[in-house]
Design a protein around this ligand. Structure first.
Ligand code: FES
Length: 127
């Protein structure tokens, strides 16, 4: 199948799962995923990015790395924490077809890299 035949050119799934506050794995919702996903959806619409869907997902089972999203058809995973992260994913990945390396989650990654931990707001804050 060619990319031109895809129903959506980009289909984004943002985890919005919530676990109890004392869960050792944490959860994306506790880290601010819901307003950030809503922000991404609104920005994609505002920017007129066609053939792109920003969906809410249940747990993607990479909770420790959240907030997590996966973008298809590429199958690229990101960890994000701020509106600035969302803006960069929209501009570089969705609009330019680039990978945002600093937010990228690799296949076997189990912990956030130091560069991904820097500047993260507290778990419940959204910037
Ligand atoms: S809570 Fe988001 S990946 Fe599990």
């Amino acid at each position: 199948m060619t990319k031109e035949n895809l129903y959506y050119q980009h289909h984004v799934f943002c985890c919005n799962n919530e676990r109890p506050a004392d869960s050792p794995r944490g959860s994306c919702k506790a880290k601010g995923s819901e307003p950030l996903r809503n922000y991404m959806k609104a920005r994609v619409k505002e920017l007129g990015i066609a053939s792109t869907r920003i969906n809410v997902a249940g747990c993607l089972d990479r909770c420790e790395l959240g907030c997590t999203m996966v973008i298809y058809p590429e199958g690229v995973w990101y960890s994000y924490a701020t509106k600035a992260d969302i803006e960069e994913i929209i501009e570089r990945h969705l609009q330019k077809g680039e990978i945002v390396d600093r937010l990228l989650l690799t296949k076997d990654q189990k912990e956030l890299r130091d560069e991904q931990k820097q500047g993260r707001p507290p778990a419940t804050a959204v910037c």
